[in-house]
Structure formats: C-alpha cells, structure tokens
Design a protein. Structure first.
Length: 175
C-alpha cells in the first residue's frame, strides 16, 4: 500500500512527468520525428491539459495523524487542511477558518481509503459516488451525523451526503 506522503510526493513528480510526456506527444511533427528529450525548453506560457492541471491540484493529507473525512463528500484531509482550505467539494459548508464547523462537518470515524485520480472515469469513484468531485483521497464509508440545521440546509440545496449514523445499514444518499 502506498503511504499518503509517498502519494503526495508522487503527485508532484507525476505532474512534471505527465507534462513531459504530454509535450513529447504533442511536439511530434508530420514526419513522426520524436521530440528530443535533451531539449528542456520549458515555456511558461504553455498550458497543461485540464485533467493534468486538476490532478496537480488534488488535495491529499499531509500526514496520517489526525485525518478526518468530510461527512458530505468523504474527502480525507487533516484537520489543519480543513481549517485552512475548507472542503473544496463542499464550499457551502464554510469550514475554512471555522474550527467549530470543521468539527461539525468532518469525522474521524470512517473505513477504507481510495485515491481517486480521475473521478469522472474511475469505476471506484462511481461505486462510492464521488465521480462528480475533485481528485483526492476518499473514505469508502463514513460514520457520523450532521446536526439538524446542517441537514436541513443540505436538503434545501438538494445535496446528498455520504455519512450514516453509527450502527445504521443504510445511508442518506450514498453507499
């Protein structure tokens, strides 16, 4: 199993490697002459494909200690990351900079972890119902309950959530 720290380092390295592979593919001319690997012509104005840029921005936990899952979408980050950035999938939960909201909308009680790199194409992302979210590390199942006000707010927005009460077999919106 790959550790989260390794995944974070790999994501950074993958960004550079993916860019290099992309440049090789797109810089082939009609005569099928290959891009010269020795040419390190980094043009800052070039844009990467959106999927590569999105992956480079993936949110992964910086440590294995103190990780929590968003009770709505299931993304796993440290409490400090939730405090600093909030949940990128659920900005309406207003967790950034609000310790109380972070505690109300995240939980340390979850099972399993899945690294989702391409949510729209991943069968695993579809299985755990995160195929509409950003790349990141997601919990397979989440135990916890929102307070009544937050539940009502989510229902009024038409949002589903993935957490379920302890001991519950069914969920309100996800596996």
């Amino acid at each position: 199993m790959v550790g989260l720290g390794s995944l974070q380092k790999a994501t950074s390295g993958q960004h550079t490697a993916a860019r290099h592979r992309y440049e090789k593919r797109t810089n082939m001319d009609d005569d099928d002459q290959r891009y010269d690997d020795d040419e390190e012509d980094e043009d800052e104005g070039e844009r990467l494909p959106p999927k590569v840029e999105e992956l480079a921005q993936a949110s992964v936990p910086t440590t294995l200690k103190g990780v929590r899952a968003c009770m709505r979408c299931g993304i796993i980050k440290t409490l400090d990351q939730f405090l600093e950035y909030g949940c990128e999938n659920c900005p309406f939960l207003d967790m950034a900079g609000n310790h109380e909201r972070c505690n109300m909308c995240t939980t340390a009680f979850f099972e399993g972890q899945v690294a989702v790199m391409d949510p729209g194409e991943s069968w695993t992302a579809k299985w755990i119902r995160v195929d509409g979210y950003l790349p990141g590390i997601y919990a397979i199942s989440i135990t916890g309950e929102f307070d009544k006000d937050t539940e009502e707010e989510l229902e009024s927005r038409g949002c589903r959530w993935r957490c379920r009460p302890a001991g519950s077999e069914s969920t309100n919106g996800a596996p």
